[in-house]
Design a protein around this ligand. Structure first.
Ligand SMILES: [Zn+2]
Length: 83
């Protein structure tokens, strides 16, 4: 039982991370917080100031977030100072 609730806790943490936003890398994209595979983009929002938000879904078979259909949010920050 304790083992099972530990897994549930880890899934909850990964879900929370997915909802709160993971880092987006132009090179590597966004990684699923659960299985660490590259998550597939399904929506890209326009730049807002230096921040761009994308929404992803993990398509990895057997991944907890994938099977629950959890949306993974990613945040890209443009670090180039254009001013
Ligand atoms: Zn995954």
């Amino acid at each position: 039982m304790a083992r099972q609730s530990a897994v549930v806790g880890r899934i909850a943490a990964a879900r929370q991370q997915a909802q709160g936003g993971v880092d987006y890398s132009p090179k590597n994209g966004a990684r699923c917080p659960w299985c660490d595979q590259r998550a597939k983009i399904y929506k890209t929002t326009p730049w807002e100031d230096n921040v761009r938000v994308r929404y992803h879904r993990c398509i990895e078979p057997g991944c907890a977030l994938s099977s629950m259909g959890v949306t993974i949010k990613s945040v890209e920050v443009d670090t180039v100072d254009g001013s």
